[in-house]
Design a protein around this ligand. Structure first.
Ligand code: 8YV
Length: 309
């Protein structure tokens, strides 16, 4: 049996249902009933960005062998606990890298050139009253990236195409990187126009964007978050935007999705997206196929396609 603990695209849910005895956690408002009746048959958990396997779930499933998540992010999985218990973990890296990097550039352009606000301007009929005000150029600006992994590097490559100079923060300097390294996020933020959050969410990166970083980015700076909402101290972000201490923000993720701070709704220098970084037919299908391929490989005793452990 497979236990689904996150909302996934219908294609994936249908395939899981065809191939396995599928349990959906939302069908069991009392999880004790699920565990009491089915714990002995559940060998796999499928999660995603909005649900995973915490210590409590793992302990309730003594036959659990594998957690396969429909996401590259593994922040909803207790990885230490999985390691300890010999439970395998796999995610969906690589297949969504281009998509998320493309959307990061889209967010940068949308914020700087006010694309969404321009669209609202035209639709509201205001153009007839006069031209839209001038905006800010992207090409040639300095882009700072937190986390120079797969997605961070793909954002950097695209920003190079806009003649931007690239700098980054990560725990350790990448010896083979041509980009400028800053050993602290505050230093990076002080020295870039656009700051992109592209690192995994861990205890160390929780609220990596705090008041000090936001102030360092400053009234001409723009924050782009395509990572996780919890990377950002959202209350601090909201007050900085309302007070004009930060120039703008492009956000695909929020601390308490699907709740978005309503104070942001009236701000033209903010672009708000409903966690759609990987959300195309092509990419989500490739992610689903990886989830299925990993499960199949595991149950056939073959090497996993994208093992984390
Ligand atoms: C989600 C994501 O997986 O890959 C990630 O970490 O956050 C997204 O791709 C997607 O929204 C499905 O939940």
């Amino acid at each position: 049996g497979v236990l689904l603990v996150a909302q996934v695209m219908p294609y994936l849910e249908q395939q899981l249902n065809t191939r396995y005895q599928l349990f959906r956690i939302w069908d069991y408002p009392q999880t004790t009933h699920l565990f009491a009746n089915h714990a002995a048959t559940i060998r796999a958990v499928v999660g995603g960005a909005n649900g995973g396997a915490d210590a409590e779930l793992i302990d309730a499933l003594p036959k659990l062998e594998i957690v396969s998540t429909f996401s590259v992010g593994m922040d909803k999985i207790d990885l230490e606990k999985c390691k300890e218990k010999g439970i395998r973990v796999c995610n969906t890296p690589d297949v969504l890298t281009d998509e998320v990097a493309d959307l990061s550039i889209g967010l940068i352009l949308a914020v700087l050139r006010r694309i969404c606000d321009c669209d609202r301007f035209v639709r509201s009929g205001n153009w007839k009253l006069g031209d839209y005000k001038l905006t800010t150029k992207f090409s040639g600006k300095t882009v700072g990236i937190i986390g120079l992994g797969r997605i961070g590097s793909a954002v950097a490559k695209r920003a190079e195409g806009f003649n931007c100079s690239i700098s980054y923060y990560s725990r350790t300097e990448k010896q083979d990187s041509k980009y400028k390294y800053y050993p602290s996020v505050v230093e990076l933020a002080s020295n870039c126009h656009i700051l992109v959050v592209a690192c995994p969410l861990t205890d160390e990166t929780h609220h990596i964007i705090n008041r000090e970083v936001i102030n360092a980015l400053g009234p001409k700076g723009v924050l782009i978050n395509i990572g996780r909402g919890k990377h950002v101290d959202e209350l601090e972000l909201v007050s900085a935007l309302l007070e004009g201490r930060l120039g703008g923000a492009g956000l695909d993720v929020f601390e308490n999705e699907p709740h978005v701070p309503e104070e942001l709704f009236g701000l033209e220098n903010v672009v708000l997206l409903p966690h759609v970084g990987s959300g195309t037919v092509e990419t989500r299908t490739a992610m689903a196929d990886l989830v299925l391929g990993n499960l199949e490989a595991h149950f056939l005793g073959k090497p996993l396609l994208t093992p984390w452990i």
